[in-house]
Design a protein around this ligand. Structure first.
Ligand code: IVH
Length: 681
């Protein structure tokens, strides 16, 4: 016998857990930290272990999944689950409206002839039916053939956005709710990343992944793959009166605790539907879930009833699909493109194919590892995907259509632009052109970096101007900057005599620099501002740095084997040395950096700090300089080496990260005490 006190405790825990689950998964607005939720769940689990008879199917503990099934039971639908008629063009949508007007002639506002629609994203997942008796979830089923699906109750219980018990009042004794179970893009990416790591098969898209997850016989496996559900209609009910519009029934679903798509919108007239299609299409890539079109539904439920059904779809709704995002075509050949940072990307040249609303002839193959993993050859028939505005990619080859003698894809040994050697450094997925400062494909980016504030700080030489000068071939390499003449610059579009003169002056001024700025300006990969400073301080001359070996480089505080490799590689390239020589010949110079004082002289030697938020008595840059003078390193991001994070007002994610990984958080007062300043009041 379970005593009353335990029953009350269990019921309280149910209520609290259901509430916090709803806040987290449906409202996206948690009220308590995760750890607190876990504690409540553990308390309930303990009670259920001690008294198994109190465990109910709607217990929040059921979210983690019960025992595996042998096979799925059939689930007969209370009302058939229908599908939607599709449209692929605005004309087809307009004729949908005309059909509605003809059928409804005289049955709706005859003056304006306007119809109200609920426009909704067409979610790319699986249709699911949920049945609640007295507000408790008792069955979840797939659509199947529309008459009979599979009983997946054990799996839907693991989906947190599906309420196990309903909230609020006016709950029908029997309620069927329908909607789409989907896998958020983020969960999909995580799932595939883990599969790749474990050498397992990856899923093609979030819909396949959601389908695979829902049809797991072991609910624990479903629980691990984070699925979600947006509800889009009320099915069968008993002893309950439906509202008069579809939009009100969606509101009602929300009140009961269901998750509904936040993009749903009531619109008037078919033009507004088309506008909605356009705006959702623009938003598509940034939505956290996949959609493959939009759905228009007559909002008035009475009108829906009058319109009825034709074969298996309702006359009152239409799915307006986006153009297909995946198509098949022939991979004719592969070229290798050089990016702004020297990364070499294999690009598939395809037989033209209409996909995602445009004709595609090129698609990325990412890198050689991907080509190998996807087993792609020249001559293959491949699946090409173009999702939104992202670069089209080759998803996979179709093995059945492989020609008898497929041609392997081979990475060239030399850069197609500058003929420098192509190399692949350890730990990198992409091969790179080693042309560095000399390769025209990389030069534009290198010049922009060289001119930037923390590098040579060339006033007035912004990205746009670099582009202009480069495209007119007035500069092709960094050192060409110092050969520019006022007349050449003045002849550029939107450039006057005065601004040209100022630029030449700024170039002149930039020649007096610091060694650390110059090292940073060279754009050696992995050598940021702080590493450049360490190198300048340690070597005190460019010559010594150029001659350093890996061991010496690695003896510097923040330089590991990879950074050391990048530096060695940069200085081993003759063309980079040529550019440096030309810069120095143009007159760039710096004072020899002061000798680093002894370690003992610097109290903060070996300490690493991160500054975040705003401080009331000094700027972050001032604090940084002062800490560095005392021997500390100040870095932009938190790592295991970080001694402490100084958090000012409005400190955000860095503070949270520090808390998470257990790094000390110090205040502005601590900072001032450390650098020997008093706080202003
Ligand atoms: S309403 C009678 N609304 O599209 C029509 N369906 O072919 C009932 N779908 O199997 C469906 N998003 O899985 C409706 N907002 C939405 C939807 C949606 C996706 C799917 C649903 C159905 C298919 C229709």
């Amino acid at each position: 016998m379970i005593n009353e006190a335990i029953k009350i405790e269990v019921s309280n825990l149910h209520k609290q857990l259901h509430h916090h689950n709803h806040c987290y998964y449906v409202l996206d607005n948690p009220e308590i930290p995760d750890s607190h939720y876990d504690k409540l769940l553990q308390a309930l689990q303990r009670l259920e272990n001690q008294h198994p008879e109190i465990k109910t199917p709607d217990s929040p503990t059921q979210r983690v999944g019960g025992a595996p099934l042998k096979k799925f039971k059939a689930a007969t639908h209370l009302l058939p689950m229908l599908s939607l008629a599709n449209a692929f063009s605005s004309e087809a949508v307009q004729s949908f409206e005309r059909r509605l007007q003809d059928r409804l002639d005289g049955h709706f506002n005859p003056e304006t002839q306007t119809l109200h629609f609920m426009a909704e994203p067409k979610l790319d997942g699986l249709a699911v039916s949920l049945i609640y008796e007295q507000g408790v979830l008792i069955r979840g089923a797939t659509r199947g053939d529309g008459q009979t699906g599979e009983d997946i109750t054990h799996n839907v219980r693991t989906i947190h956005s599906i309420p196990l018990t309903l909230k609020g009042d006016n709950i029908p004794p029997l309620l069927e709710v329908r909607g789409e179970v989907y896998m958020p893009k983020a969960s999909f990416e995580k799932l595939n990343k883990n599969a790749r790591k474990a050498g397992k098969r990856t899923f093609m898209n979030p819909r396949n992944a959601a389908a695979g997850s829902l049809r797991q016989l072991d609910p624990k496996a479903t629980a691990k793959r984070l699925l979600a559900m947006y509800c889009y209609s009320i099915g069968k009910t008993e002893d309950w009166t439906l509202p008069t519009t579809h939009s009100e029934s969606i509101k009602q679903l929300k009140h009961w605790g269901f998750s509904v798509c936040p993009e749903n919108k009531v619109v008037t007239g078919i033009q507004a539907c088309l506008d909605y299609y356009q705006s959702i299409g623009e938003k598509r890539a940034s939505l956290p879930y996949e959609i493959d079109g939009v759905v228009y539904k007559i909002d008035d439920l009475n009108l829906q009833k009058q319109l009825g059904f034709i074969s298996k779809s309702p006359r009152w709704a239409l799915a307006h699909k986006f153009p297909a995002q995946e198509e098949m075509t022939l991979l004719e050949t592969v070229d290798f493109q050089v990016g702004r940072t020297g990364a070499i990307t294999p690009v598939a040249r395809l037989a033209p194919i209409f996909v995602g609303g445009v004709t595609v002839t090129n698609a990325t193959l990412h890198n050689m590892d991907e080509i190998q993993r996807k087993d792609i050859y020249i001559g293959d028939t491949v699946i090409v995907r173009r999702a939104g505005d992202v670069i089209p990619e080759v998803v996979r080859a179709v093995p059945d259509k492989r020609p008898p003698e497929p041609q392997p894809i081979i990475m060239p040994t030399h850069c197609p632009i500058c003929s420098a050697e192509i190399i692949q450094l350890e730990g990198e997925a992409k091969a790179r052109c080693s042309g560095g400062l000399y390769c025209p494909a990389q030069a534009k980016q290198a010049i922009k970096h060289f001119a930037s504030r923390k590098a040579m700080d060339i006033d007035g030489l912004g990205d746009k101007l670099v582009e202009q000068l480069f495209d007119l071939t007035l500069i092709q390499q960094i050192n060409d900057l110092y050969q520019l003449k006022t007349e050449q610059v003045a002849s550029l579009e939107r450039m006057g005599e005065k601004s040209a003169h100022n630029l030449i002056q700024a170039l002149e001024t930039s020649k007096q620099t610091h060694l650390s700025h110059f090292i940073y300006a060279l754009g050696i990969r992995e050598v940021g501002e702080s590493t450049a400073k360490s190198l300048a301080q340690y070597f005190r001359s460019l010559d010594t740095l150029q001659q350093a070996d890996s061991e010496t480089l690695q003896s510097i505080d923040d330089i590991g084997p990879i950074v050391a490799d990048r530096i060695l590689y940069f200085f081993s390239q003759q063309h980079n040395l040529d550019v440096i020589e030309a810069l120095i010949a143009a007159g760039i110079q710096w004072p020899t950096p002061e000798k680093t004082p002894n370690e003992d002289d610097l109290p903060l030697q070996g300490h690493h700090y991160v500054l975040t938020g705003t401080f009331s008595s000094l700027k972050r840059t001032e604090a940084k300089t002062k800490l560095e003078k005392l021997g500390a390193k100040v870095t932009a991001s938190i790592s295991k080496k970080t001694t402490a994070v100084f958090a000012g007002k409005k400190a955000g994610s860095k503070r949270t990260k520090a808390e998470k990984i257990g790094i000390k958080i110090s205040s502005e007062a601590d900072l001032l005490a450390l650098i020997g300043e008093k706080q202003e009041n």
